[in-house]
Design a protein around this ligand. Structure first.
Ligand SMILES: [Zn+2]
Ligand SMILES: [Zn+2]
Length: 269
């Protein structure tokens, strides 16, 4: 069912340990038709731009035809983005509280992506960027769901984003029962993804993590199927951080077939 992987971190990501030659060797042995490296560009500061330069260097050094060069974006609060653009670093940034959510930016412009030779991106929400400090304000499940929805809607509409990465992931709040997220949000997000011709990601972590229940994994696979049936193409992302590149496809496919997915449903870019 799954023949390609569009979300993989190499040693160029601050939190990953997968050497690119190890990835290439393992992915070829697994018979993947295509696989893409997507190192983190969390901020527009020196360290993250350095990681991206290293990612590009590795790609140029080891490239094979099946390997694609992408990046993983996460929304940045616009005031922080502007501060970094001015000072080159996050050091010394103090968020000024405001009465509405901060606007959002991404670490690279479309022109910078082109200059780096990137052919696509994964855009994903990872943490709240709407408030100065989530620990001091309403941090209820609903406040978090609302913020994830806002970021994901924004990503679905931004021309720099190709794939919406790990939808509704990276937070413990709704991990017990995925139906906590209103269906209306799936419908609105689905409409935006479809209109802007984005892909939605099936992130392996959501279907294989030992921290998640079997019940949740079934709900999540059903959610992916619900979005797919709206006409949104789906891609697979192992989100592998190394040091090895294991093959987790069979475990994911079990949940995916249960939700109605068949061979041919998963897209290549
Ligand atoms: Zn991510
Ligand atoms: Zn990732």
């Amino acid at each position: 069912m799954i023949h390609s992987d569009w979300h993989i971190h190499t040693t160029a990501s601050y939190d990953a340990k997968l050497p690119l030659p190890t990835l290439i060797d393992a992915a070829q042995k697994q018979g993947l038709r295509a696989f893409g490296m997507t190192d983190h560009a969390n901020y527009n500061d020196r360290s993250f731009l350095g990681n991206i330069a290293e990612s590009q260097r590795l790609y140029e050094q080891y490239r094979v035809p099946e390997l694609k060069f992408g990046v993983e974006f996460t929304p940045i609060a616009k005031p922080m983005y502007d501060y970094i653009a001015k000072h080159g670093t996050r050091e010394g940034y103090v968020p000024v509280p405001q009465d509405k959510p901060y606007d959002i930016e991404l670490a690279l412009t479309l022109d910078e992506m082109k200059a780096l030779g990137m052919s696509y991106s994964v855009g994903a929400a990872h943490w709240r960027v709407d408030v100065a400090d989530a620990r001091t304000v309403d941090n209820s499940a609903y406040a978090q769901i609302k913020e994830w929805f806002r970021q994901q809607m924004w990503l679905a509409c931004d021309p720099r984003v190709t794939i919406l990465g790990h939808p509704w992931s990276c937070n413990q709040t709704w991990y017990d029962d995925f139906s906590m997220i209103p269906r209306m949000m799936h419908d609105e997000l689905g409409a935006a993804l479809k209109e802007n011709r984005k892909y939605i990601e099936c992130n392996a972590g959501m279907l294989i993590s030992p921290k998640l229940t079997d019940f949740f994994k079934r709900q999540y696979a059903d959610f992916l199927r619900y979005m797919f049936e709206k006409g949104i193409p789906i891609t697979y992302g192992s989100d592998c951080h190394g040091p090895e590149y294991p093959d987790n496809r069979a475990q994911c496919e079990e949940y995916l077939s249960y939700a109605g997915f068949r061979d041919g449903d998963f897209s290549e870019l």
